[in-house]
Design a protein around this ligand. Structure first.
Ligand SMILES: C[C@H](OP(=O)(O)OC[C@@H](O)[C@@H](O)[C@@H](O)Cn1c2nc(=O)[nH]c(=O)c-2cc2ccc(O)cc21)C(=O)N[C@@H](CCC(=O)N[C@@H](CCC(=O)O)C(=O)O)C(=O)O
Length: 144
């Protein structure tokens, strides 16, 4: 079910700009970070109910995606993580394709597998985890 409601762009200008250009070009422009592919996650605000869109590194395996709430290894989770926990029905745009997904946080062996896939896609995740005592959450997104 597509997410509807008032879209409020990120206050982080580079993120808001990346979302705008990515969406306006059907995923053809501003779709990478240092040459690696980026996806756009659409969530519903946990408190505001507003529509939020967040550029994230692309982690995918057999049509299943993972999103990594790294925030560069900051001590706190990114705000979008709380949105996904509160409203697991999300949308993800990967290039020209945008679909509905249901997100769930993974733990244990499943998290270890997806963490390996995440670091393979974006090696900096390993550095981020070394920077913080916070365990960086990984959420798996399966087609709704
Ligand atoms: C600044 C803040 O952003 P955030 O949700 O914490 O997300 C921070 C970053 O993760 C976000 O900027 C990412 O896009 C950064 N980022 C990545 N961040 C990651 O965590 N992982 C990545 O893999 C990643 C890749 C990436 C690639 C390209 C790029 O340009 C950015 C990338 C924000 O949007 N705050 C809003 C609130 C947003 C919000 O969702 N509010 C909720 C409240 C939620 C609550 O407080 O419970 C609501 O509306 O109800 C505000 O202050 O108005």
């Amino acid at each position: 079910m597509p997410i509807t409601g008032e879209y409020v762009p990120s206050p982080t200008s580079h993120a808001a700009t990346q979302v705008a250009e990515y969406e306006a070009s059907g995923g053809a422009r501003n779709n990478t970070m240092r040459g690696k592919p980026v996806v756009i996650l659409t969530t519903v605000g946990a408190k505001s109910g507003k529509v939020r869109k967040t550029p994230l590194m692309r982690v995918e395996h057999d049509g299943v995606y993972a999103v990594v709430a790294s925030l560069g290894g900051a001590p706190q989770h990114p705000v979008w993580y709380h949105n996904v926990v509160a409203h697991p029905q999300v949308e993800l745009q990967d290039g020209a394709e945008k679909h509905d997904y249901v997100a769930r946080e993974v733990t244990g062996d499943e998290k270890a597998l997806w963490w390996e896939r995440s670091v393979a896609a974006w090696p900096d995740y390993a550095e981020y985890q070394k920077k913080t005592d916070r365990e960086i959450p990984v959420l798996v997104l399966e087609r709704a």
